[in-house]
Ligand binder design. Structure first.
Ligand SMILES: Nc1ncnc2c1ncn2[C@@H]1O[C@H](COP(=O)(O)OP(=O)(O)OP(=O)(O)O)[C@@H](O)[C@H]1O
Ligand SMILES: [Mg+2]
Length: 265
């Protein structure tokens, strides 16, 4: 479904001495993702995960390399083709609040992607929004509020409702549960897993937490310094990680009981 070939993204900036410096945020990445499969992308802060996600969404252009959806190069798509592809290809951004417009009421925020892609009567829209609000388990009274009047967990749920509203084939979640407390995190992760079955979408789940990565998908990619160091399909035990850095990620986790690990895998 998605192929990425030799993808690079460099940022040029001035260091404190005013000299030009280059960051290789994404450094020669190649992979393919299959339809109806979910993936986790795990790596430390600054490893290039969000940059890679923005490239896949074509929110930014790669420095070089090719991204193909269903065999078609994104760089060669017309604006219209790209727009239609994007509808089936959604992303929930790293920071819930900043991905929601602070001046737009929640109702309109959830409605916006649908208004861009479907023709609906006001009544159909209202019904659809009620259904979505239910699906993400939000109380209907939040619909008239502004983003800052919601908790962090509620804001995440609004972003999720927006993403699933256009029935995407694929959703990228960038740090969907970071910054939330442990119980809210677990609830949102479980909600996402339930929704995945319900809407039959596939996920690319981005996280710096290898436990969360394993909880969300059996196909894992480990990223560091802009590169994919290791990729494991259909993982069943942590022993399958071969790369030293992956082992370091596992070993740096707080101690877990074997039962906890078992429950995750
Ligand atoms: N717009 C930009 N301009 C310059 N450098 C950037 C830009 N965006 C990202 N970078 C740099 O690229 C590298 C990768 O950043 P990125 O945000 O992709 O990491 P990340 O893995 O998502 O980190 P985190 O887990 O903290 O979200 C970092 O060194 C970052 O400073
Ligand atoms: Mg990031």
């Amino acid at each position: 479904m998605l192929n990425v070939e030799n993808l690079f993204k460099q940022y040029i900036f001035r260091d404190p001495q005013g000299r030009k410096a280059v960051v290789k945020a994404v450094d020669n990445v190649s992979f393919s993702l299959e339809e109806n499969q979910s993936y986790s992308l795990v790596g430390e802060s600054g490893s290039g995960k969000s940059t890679l996600a923005r490239l896949l969404m074509y929110l930014e252009k790669p420095t070089s390399g090719v991204i193909k959806i269903d065999g078609v190069n994104l760089a060669q798509m017309s604006k219209r083709e790209l727009r239609n592809k994007r509808a089936r290809w959604q992303m929930v951004m790293q920071d819930g609040q900043s991905s929601l417009d602070p001046k737009v009421k929640i109702y309109d925020s959830i409605a916006e992607p649908m208004r861009n892609f479907y023709k609906m009567t006001k009544n159909e829209e209202k019904q659809r929004i009620e259904t979505l609000t239910n699906m993400v388990e939000l109380p209907p009274e939040i619909l008239g509020r502004l983003p800052h009047e919601l908790s962090g967990g509620q804001q995440k749920r609004v972003s999720i409702a927006r993403a699933i509203s256009v029935k995407p084939r694929f959703i990228i979640f960038d740090e969907a549960v970071s910054g939330l407390d442990v119980t809210v995190r677990k609830k949102i992760l479980d909600l996402l897993l339930r929704l995945r079955d319900e809407i039959r979408s596939a996920y690319l789940f981005i996280t710096h937490d290898i436990d969360v990565a394993l909880y969300m998908a059996r196909n894992i990619m480990v990223m560091k310094d802009g590169r994919i160091l290791e990729r494991i399909e259909n993982i069943s035990t942590l022993e399958e990680f071969k790369h030293d850095y992956s082992k370091l990620l596992i070993n740096s986790l707080p101690p877990r009981t074997p039962e906890y690990r078992q429950a995750l895998l």
